[in-house]
Write a protein that binds this ligand. Structure first.
Ligand SMILES: Cc1ncc(COP(=O)(O)O)c(C=O)c1O
Length: 393
């Protein structure tokens, strides 16, 4: 008999009742060190006092009003994002997938309004993940994502990740935009080198193609900059944000330049819940904390500390681990065993990690994880790997 919850997830037999910083407390009271943070969502850990205060105060005032009215909390968050990024304007969504949908619509509408309606094609990359809507799966195009869900939305093309020559020959008179994650998350913490991102920007400039960056997972301080593209010095035309920006509250956004957004006039897009006062109040608290230079510098420092420890683990467990990758607190361990085995062994040691493609286990802890918890995480990961060493022996 089908479960009352649609069985689209292979869930671990674990349920949590409370969160405290980087820790989750299970039904039986036992504590788990959370290196997944809801897959890069709980950017400030669980129950951060400033966020608890913000959401409580806002909940007592106003949760939801329609976007047919001005929403001051939404305007305040949009102003903050405009102040801290390349963007001139922001649309709020409730998820990364909805941000992908708008990014696609915005790019196509741009060219339609410019009198080039044939420019509808969007180029994406193998190994990418942009969400589960029909548009987002068509963008990625893999059999795993699309099988059985056709007919797929037309107008997408996939190229090998980081292949500049393939991109140069693929961009043509029908190309509207290129969409890429500066660091692929689900794809296995695969970073697009700065030189590639710069080359991509140049190619887009030469051909007038819009550059859409998907920073749903790698943005909001995760790599040690507010947004990952800042490392390369380039800026996109359109950017998708979600996950960390709500600190655990469902919130996403599309940020754009005035030019890229020029087709999106009144009546062309909307959302009942997107940009509600509750979500935006929390989002503003998160952005204020995470955009602070000292906070971001500390993410880099913690990332360095964690990485150094992980390199030691790789050296100590050569039959389990192969290498470490990633930047800041968006880290991946390339494994020699099935990543799901590492995740399972971690659970047995009460440390939570997330599997990804390319045989990688992801570590995406809270950006404010205490140094002591990093040390504890390394100890537990070492114990988890020892379980697998024993299995291999
Ligand atoms: C890079 C990227 N884009 C888009 C999405 C989709 O976001 P959501 O699950 O909030 O719809 C995800 C989710 O994992 C993601 O990692």
């Amino acid at each position: 008999m089908i479960s009352s919850v649609l069985p689209t997830y292979n869930r671990a037999p674990l349920a949590f009742v409370k969160g405290e910083g980087s820790w989750l407390i299970a039904e039986d009271g036992s504590r788990y060190l959370d290196l997944g943070a809801g897959i890069a969502v709980n950017a400030l850990g669980h129950a951060h006092p400033a966020l608890v205060q913000t959401i409580s105060e806002q909940a007592a005032k106003l949760w939801h009003v329609s976007n047919v009215y001005r929403i001051p909390e939404q305007e305040a968050l949009a102003d903050l994002l405009v102040e801290h990024t390349f963007a001139d304007t922001v649309f709020f969504t409730n998820s990364g997938t909805e941000a992908a949908e708008l990014a696609i619509k915005m790019a196509r509408k741009y060219w339609y309004e410019k009198g080039q309606p044939q420019r509808t094609e969007i180029i994406a990359f193998e190994g990418a993940f942009h969400g589960r809507s029909t548009g987002a799966i068509a963008a990625v195009g893999s059999e795993k994502m699309t099988k059985g869900f056709g007919p797929l939305m037309p107008g997408f093309r996939q190229l090998p990740f980081g292949d500049h020559d393939a991109l140069r020959s693929a961009i043509g008179p029908n190309t509207a935009a290129v969409i890429v994650e500066p660091v692929q998350g689900e794809g296995g913490i695969r970073t697009l080198p700065d030189a590639c991102l710069k080359g991509l920007r140049d190619l887009c400039d030469e051909t007038g193609t819009l550059l859409i960056l998907d920073e749903v997972q790698c943005g909001m301080g995760r790599t040690g900059k507010l947004f990952a593209h800042e490392w390369s010095g380039i800026t996109p035309d359109i950017m998708m944000v979600a996950k960390g920006i709500g600190g655990g509250f469902p919130l996403g956004a599309v940020l754009a330049t005035e030019e890229a957004a020029s087709g999106m006039t009144a009546g062309t897009h909307g959302s009942t819940y997107g940009g509600n006062p509750l979500g935006c109040a929390v989002g503003a608290s998160v952005v204020r904390i995470v955009s602070d230079d000292a906070f971001l510098a500390d993410v880099s420092r913690k990332g360095g500390l964690f990485r150094q420890g992980l390199e030691g683990l790789v050296a100590a467990h050569p039959t389990v681990f192969e290498s470490v990758r990633g930047q800041g607190l968006m880290l991946g361990i390339k494994c020699k065993v099935e990543p799901s085995e590492v995740v399972k062994a971690g659970m047995a040691e009460h440390v939570l990690t997330i599997a990804a493609s390319d045989n990688v286990v992801r570590l995406l802890p809270a950006l404010n994880i205490p140094d002591a918890d990093i040390a504890e995480a390394l100890k537990r990961l070492d114990a988890a790997a020892t379980r697998l060493d024993r299995n291999a022996a």
